[in-house]
Ligand binder design. Structure first.
Ligand SMILES: C[S@@+](CC[C@H](N)C(=O)[O-])C[C@H]1O[C@@H](n2cnc3c(N)ncnc32)[C@H](O)[C@@H]1O
Length: 468
């Protein structure tokens, strides 16, 4: 392998122990399918692995998909959108078709992909085209990689988001890696994608161009992998949903192109396409440009949707108490104050302050009885749902916290009470919050270590005094 592609980090590459056998495919497929795939790959069924499949798929992909006119039109459209760029990140670059198309325009391209076989193929093609000086390929998992900040004026994520464990991480990284006014182009299968349409589209074109005879086996491999991928797809996005995610939940500001525009059919109508611009750099936004205030009643539905996005879609929390689809509102919200951090109406963060009520009491009461404090005259507020979007600077969270502190005192609260989980311990300890009462809490039937935090608002810890 070319030295520019770093070795995968595995125990084998460290020379410690043999590689872990790739059983995942064997566990997913029945014997018949394995035998069928084995015949296509020229391998006995017990040697059919994802890696073997991808080695072959990389070949077949270029022979069948890479030559397809609809696929090429999509690639051309993406290249046109990124036309004026000087440096582009091609995330999930695969065999490098888009990478090469862009490099041929004189653009420097960093290709990122988690599959070594795809990258090997891309590397070979880059060499054949004599584009080594413009292309760097990186073995990287887009669900957890870190891209250099402020590096590119363009980024492409074509047909890759659907496969990622954490698509939001990849989108956040793309946003962070773009310079101001940088463009991201995203495309992928629509929720109602029908792989049979893709296969018959590919077949029809091979027939028409007289290449079916030579490409029959490649078509079978591509069609089988498409079916496999479709059955194991992790994320499906419609154009509208992706647009919302990019504009509301990742920092992009403008839509430059979309498949919903007239005459824009993408990849046999099975894929969406969006190009968006990073018109505002939220990480560098002056704090004075941020508004922190109480949410208006009419803003609450979108605030609950925002919280649900962060807690559920990003973090995977699925508390059983969600009462409405796609919102995380619960009974405590009815007697809570909601603070929001926003910039020109775009929600960047929030915190809720639940006021004690004789009927519902506080969320923390479920884990630790607080009556003892009430009997001593404490007027308690429970802060929570403290959220700051990852693409915004960290100071926004602190600014929200300080505002919440001042606000709670103004409302006559004497104490903050909160149950914090172990993963928040370090952060809170660092900023001086007392978390001295360890508890075991049960959430969704799973027991977890937590801490009871009680903050005396009249005699606050040092870090909060800065807010006064
Ligand atoms: C269908 S191909 C698309 C390739 C290329 N973007 C194109 O349009 O031709 C999907 C690519 O995503 C890559 N991929 C899948 N999961 C990935 C991950 N977690 N990180 C980076 N790349 C990933 C696969 O290895 C594969 O090369």
């Amino acid at each position: 392998m070319d030295s520019r592609i770093p070795d995968p980090i595995s125990s084998a590459s460290e020379g410690q122990s043999p590689p872990v056998p790739d059983d995942s495919l064997r566990n997913r497929l029945g014997q018949d399918d394995l035998a069928r795939l084995g015949a296509l790959l020229d391998l006995p069924a017990d040697q059919v692995t994802f890696s073997a499949l991808f080695t072959r798929y990389a070949e077949s992909y270029d022979a069948v998909v890479g030559t397809n006119s609809q696929y090429r039109r999509l690639q051309q459209e993406v290249a046109d959108i990124l036309q004026g760029c000087s440096a582009v990140a091609d995330i999930g670059c695969g065999t490098g078709n888009q990478t090469i198309l862009l490099a041929k325009k004189g653009i420097h391209v960093d290709g990122y992909d988690s599959n070594e076989e795809m990258l090997k193929k891309a590397e070979l093609k880059v060499q054949q085209e004599g584009l080594e000086h413009l292309v760097d390929l990186h073995l990287a998992d887009a669900s957890c990689f870190t891209l250099p900040p402020n590096r590119y004026d363009g980024a492409a994520m074509l047909n890759v988001l659907y496969a990622l464990d954490d698509p939001y991480h990849a989108l956040d990284q793309a946003y962070r890696a773009l310079k101001k006014d940088g463009i991201l182009v995203v495309s992928g299968p629509k929720p109602d994608q029908d792989v049979r349409i893709l296969t018959s589209g590919l077949l029809a074109e091979l027939l028409q161009t007289g290449r079916l005879q030579d490409r029959q086996q490649d078509l079978q491999i591509v069609s089988m992998v498409n079916q496999l991928l479709d059955a194991n797809i992790k994320n499906h996005f419609s154009t509208e949903r992706m647009k919302r995610i990019l504009l509301e939940y990742v920092g992009f500001s403008d839509v430059l192109a979309a498949d919903t525009l007239p005459g824009k059919e993408v990849y046999m109508k099975q894929a969406f396409l969006l190009a968006v611009k990073k018109g505002i750099v939220y990480a560098g936004l002056p704090m004075d440009d941020l508004v922190i205030r109480q949410a208006l009643p009419e803003e609450l539905p979108s605030l609950y949707r925002f919280r649900y996005h962060y807690l559920n879609e990003r973090k995977g929390h699925t508390p059983p108490f969600y009462r409405h689809p796609l919102t995380d509102a619960d009974a405590f919200d009815e007697h809570a104050y909601h603070l929001i951090a926003s910039h020109h109406g775009k929600l960047l963060g929030t915190m809720r302050l639940v006021e004690d009520s004789p009927r519902d009491k506080l969320p923390a009461d479920a884990f630790y009885p607080l009556d003892h404090y009430r009997q001593q005259g404490a007027r308690i507020i429970e802060p929570g749902r403290w959220i700051r979007m990852p693409y915004v600077r960290a100071g926004v969270g602190l600014k929200l916290l300080f505002e919440a502190f001042r606000f709670s005192r103004a409302k006559g609260a004497t104490h903050w009470v909160q149950i914090l989980e172990a993963d928040e311990y370090d952060l809170y300890k660092k900023i001086g919050v007392p978390m001295d009462t360890p508890l075991t809490v049960s959430v969704n039937g799973i027991e977890r270590q937590a801490y009871l935090e009680i903050v005396d608002l009249e005699n606050p810890p040092r870090f909060l005094r800065r807010a006064l």
